[in-house]
Design a binder for this molecule. Structure first.
Ligand code: HPA
Length: 272
């Protein structure tokens, strides 16, 4: 048995013992968006600290726990706070929770994030469905020996963001009267925000939004054959498009749109 498979068995044994049962949807909640987990019914909460092989999140605004239970009629396992490459974790550590979700039978993952808008038609507070991604993080979580039990050596990324999920989410957005955006998410390593020149480059190569997460998790989800819905909250205009950037604005924008975000995710989850 491989190292990773052994670790996964130890982690899932611990989580099952803590009361976590089979999962339909994994939910990765980005900066400022973790409150959705508070709406999970009959929640089982497990702090990251203590979960075998789990890293511990360091970013302010990330609670750092798994929450398991029912949401919109689905069995979900939510990550309240995620792990970022810029925190110093290996790509394997960053994506480990997605492996765990898969090992707990999740067929799908909903990945959310706060990000900067590159597309000039976007405004802070917009929600964007991710239709594709650009990996500009300088690393790939699948580098290294491939574990055939977990997925293929050369995974197809042609439809990493499941088209039918996006279509369903668009329909729900329309029903709720949301002006949903759609576009390409480009992942940078961070922790610096991008420079204005990097943002001009990002726009030229086809990015609509930039951020420091999501890309590795979606690569691992695709490797494991999981379906993916990606939702970005545009918290600010990207570098060079507004005077300066800061984390406080990111938090303030997620604060402003979080009730809309929660309503949208729940309504979508109900019909996926
Ligand atoms: N760039 C990168 N990550 C971000 C941004 C941004 O402008 N806003 C929120 N997360």
């Amino acid at each position: 048995m491989t190292d990773l498979t052994t670790k996964l068995q130890e982690t899932t044994a611990y989580l099952k013992n803590a009361g976590i049962g089979p999962v339909d949807f994994g939910l990765i909640l980005g900066s400022g968006l973790g409150e959705l987990a508070e709406e999970i019914e009959n929640p089982v909460k497990v702090a990251y600290e203590g979960i075998p092989h789990f890293p511990v999140s360091t970013v302010v605004g990330h609670a750092g726990q798994l929450v398991y239970g029912n949401l919109a009629g689905k069995k979900v396992l939510a990550m309240q706070g995620r792990f970022h490459y810029y925190e110093g974790y290996s790509m394997e550590k960053v994506t480990y929770p997605v492996r765990v979700m898969k090992a707990l039978e999740a067929h799908s993952v909903i990945v959310t994030n706060a990000c900067g808008g590159v597309n000039e038609s976007f405004a802070p507070g917009d929600l964007m469905l991710i239709n594709d991604q650009i990996n500009f993080m300088g690393a790939n979580p699948l580098i290294g020996p491939n574990e055939a039990d977990l997925g293929p050596r050369f995974p197809d990324m042609s439809q990493a963001y499941t088209p039918i999920y996006r279509k369903t989410a668009q329909k729900v957005g329309t029903e709720l009267g949301l002006a949903l955006k759609e576009g390409v998410y480009m992942g940078f390593s961070g922790p610096t925000y991008e420079t204005p020149a990097e943002i001009r480059f990002a726009r030229i190569i086809g990015a609509d939004a930039v951020g420091m997460s999501t890309v590795p998790e979606v690569i691992v989800a695709a490797h494991g054959g999981m379906k993916v819905l990606g939702i970005s909250c545009i918290t600010n205009l990207a570098a060079g498009m507004q005077a300066s950037l800061n984390h406080e604005e990111v938090v303030a924008t997620t604060e402003r749109v979080k009730s809309q975000f929660k309503t949208f995710v729940k309504a979508t989850l109900a019909v996926l």
